[in-house]
Structures are given as C-alpha cells and as structure tokens.
Design a protein around this ligand. Sequence first.
Ligand code: FAD
Length: 425
Amino acid sequence: MSETARATRTNWAGNLVYQAREIRAPRTVEEAQELVAHAPRVKALGSRHSFNKVADSPDGLQLELSGLDVPTTIDPAAATVTLGGGVRYSDVVEQIHQAGFALANLASLPHITVAGSVVTGTHGSGQHQPGLASAVSAVELLTADGELHTFTRAGDPDVFPGVVVNAGALGVLTRLTLDLEPAFDVRQDAFDTLHWTTAVERFDEIQAAGYSVSMFTDWARDAVDQVLLKNRVPADVPGTLFGAVPADGPRHPAHAAGVSSENTTVQGGVPGPWYDRLPHFRVGFAPSVGAELQSEYFVPRAHAAAAFDALRGIGDRIAELVLVSEIRTLAADDLWLSPGYGGDRVALHFTWQHRQPEVEALLPLLEERLRPFGVRAHWGKLLHGSPLEEGHSGLPKFRALAQRLDPDGKFRNPFLDRLVFGEPA
Ligand SMILES: Cc1cc2nc3c(=O)[nH]c(=O)nc-3n(C[C@H](O)[C@H](O)[C@H](O)COP(=O)(O)OP(=O)(O)OC[C@H]3O[C@@H](n4cnc5c(N)ncnc54)[C@H](O)[C@@H]3O)c2cc1C
C-alpha cells in the first residue's frame, strides 16, 4: 500500500486543504479493512471534486481507493456492472458501451468517482431521470469494525435507501453494482436567449423537450442565456424553442461570461454515444471553468416558478459573483439523503467566481430566499446550511441508521456533525 504526500492534499478547486493526518492508498479490500479497523477516524476520498469539507477527516486518515484491485465486471444477463470504490465514471464508460450497455444518466463531467458521486447525491438532468445513485442496486460497505457488509436494493429494502446516498457517513464503499440499459446515442442542441417570462410560463414544455434539459442564466438579465437539450436519437428536435433560437456554434455553459467551448462535448445536433454527450464536459480536458466554486440547491418542482422569482429578486447580488447558474430537473427517488427523496425537484446550481469569502457571505441570504420551499443543498458543494434540517425529511431515519452502523462516529467529521447530525458548530 502506498502513502500520498501531504503536498497533494488540496481538493480539485483548490479552495481547501484537507486536515487529515495522512492519506493511505490500499491496493486490496483486505488492506482497506485493516486500515479502517485500526484508525480512530477515517474517511474515503474520491476524486476530490467536492467543494466543502465533506471528505475531510481532521487529524484522522483518508483512504484513496483508485488503486484498489477490484475488477470491473459486466453481467450481460443481469444488465449490471460491478466496480470498485475508487473507480471514476471515465474509467468505465467505454467498457460499458463496448459491451452494448449504457448508464441511464451522467453528471456534467465524467471525471468523478462513482462512489463519491452517489454518496453525495450527484445528479444529471431530466424530468424522468433521478440522481445517479438510483442506478445502484447493491453495495459492499466496509464499516468501522473493519467488516464488510453487502446491502442490496432487493434484499434489504428497509435500510438500502439509507445506505447509498450517505454523505460518506456510514463507512467505505468498496464495491458498487449499477443497473445498465441497452446502449443509446444522444444529440445535443443549444438554443440562445429564452425570455424569462416564457421560461416560467412554458417551463413544463421546455423540460419535456429533452431527455436532459439545462437552462443557463445569471438571474439578472431578462432572458435565460441558453437552453441545452440532450435527446436520445432518433429525436424530434424543434427548430426554435419558444422563441429561443438555435445557437450558431458550440456553447460552454458559461458562454455568456465569455468562456470558450473547447472542453465541451459535441453539440450541434451531432449524434454520439451516451457517455460522450450526457456530460457537458469531455474526458481528457479540465471540466467546467476551473477557477471556480460551486453551490447547488433543490426545491420541489411545484415551487419552480416561485423559487425563480425568489432568486431573480436578488439577481444583481448573484450576478456579481456567479460565472453561470444552471437550472435542471430531477425525478423523485426513495433514497433518504437524496435531493430527490420523496418528490421531483428543480436543481438550482451556481458556478461561482473563486471568491469564497464573498460567496459564503451571500449563501445565507440565498438559502433564506429558498427556505419557504423546503430547500435541500448538494452535499458536495458550498453551503451555509441553516434551513437544511427542515428540508431533509429523511434525516431522522438516516441518523438512526448511522448510529447503528457507526456507533462511535469513526466516519464523522465537523461538516457531517453540523449538517447531517444537527450538532452545533
Ligand atoms: C467541475 C465540477 C462539475 C460538477 N458537476 C456536477 C453535476 O453535474 N451534478 C452534481 O450533482 N454534482 C456535480 N459536481 C459535484 C460532484 O459530483 C460531487 O462533489 C462528487 O461528490 C464528487 O465526487 P468525488 O469522487 O470527487 O468525491 P470527493 O469529493 O472526493 O468525496 C465526496 C464524498 O464522497 C465520499 N466518498 C468518496 N469515495 C467513497 C467511497 N468509496 N466510499 C464511501 N464514501 C466515499 C467522501 O468521503 C466524501 O464524503 C461537480 C463538481 C465539479 C468540480
């Protein structure tokens, strides 16, 4: 097993330095078991794309699992893939495609680990698409005592909904099994300038126009800058979209802020495999903008229009700091800590300039504006957190499960203590 030098302890965005005492990189599940059993405090570390301290283990141990010797296996009869706890989507999507299969959805980037994504409730877009964790049908969880436990969707219906989206608070996922479906192709079509009044009035029709739909805005201008439709082909793509016109070239999500499109996946209606169209950003390129921070909030879809009003009411404050904001939808699921637990949601994402003090000063106001709607926040992005307790109806069940699986809090940290377990800061 190898040790990673302290010098590499920043997250992807570089806005935080992990405070863990050491990072270890076990090569086998047995080595991981040994390390967990003997560590007083431990957390798994994925590809470090989270913007907050959810993955940190102050004065404890972080486990980096990319070298774990768990093979990726596809079971064609069951239409599933089983993979290790350190695998990134980009490591496996081509193998899945070559076997004739696809994942139903992906996030905006494939550079992130499957385990790190599902535990934070990571999602793509699409009104019929739940978060990525919904594809998980079984997990192997390494718990505080160093033992392995397998939980399956079919066999453990009482606890499985609490085990998958767990914010890293239950243990280390060493293996995950995901549902697959037959491979499919997707085309992307970008449309410019959708007036806000139309965006609100025709919201349901706009969401129905794509398998996955993203609307990009800064909340201050009169129009949504851009709408990106991703459709499985063959598709009937409209010539114009409620007044928005087809883009005359590829569009980066932050196009209106002047960001060029070289790291984006192919648009312009050109069909391509699911794994090269569902993410906005291409493998082999740095995703998104780079020098940035992110936050994301979820409100019930029924409150979409009111939530848009609430944000547009502070649009000038947001626009001072935001590079781009993305509006997506996600379908309901039954996973207790998921943004979609219990009902369809609208996701309100913010890619901020790398100005953390100013962003953190704005978040309480932003959360207060969304509070009346039962807001939830993304577990992997910057948040203030005060109204979370009200929005997350699955928290009480989750806390009871965590008490059972991790009674001494080996996998807890100050972020989880405050935001998941409701302890004072
Ligand atoms: C450019 C960019 C674009 C993004 N786009 C999206 C998007 O489209 N949609 C979206 O929802 N989110 C998005 N995110 C957020 C991202 O999906 C989450 O932060 C996700 O958690 C990142 O996964 P990771 O592997 O980097 O996890 P880390 O940040 O390394 O860790 C996150 C959590 O996962 C836990 N963890 C990691 N591995 C394991 C394991 N094996 N077992 C148990 N726990 C584990 C950690 O302990 C920690 O609690 C984006 C982030 C960036 C930087």
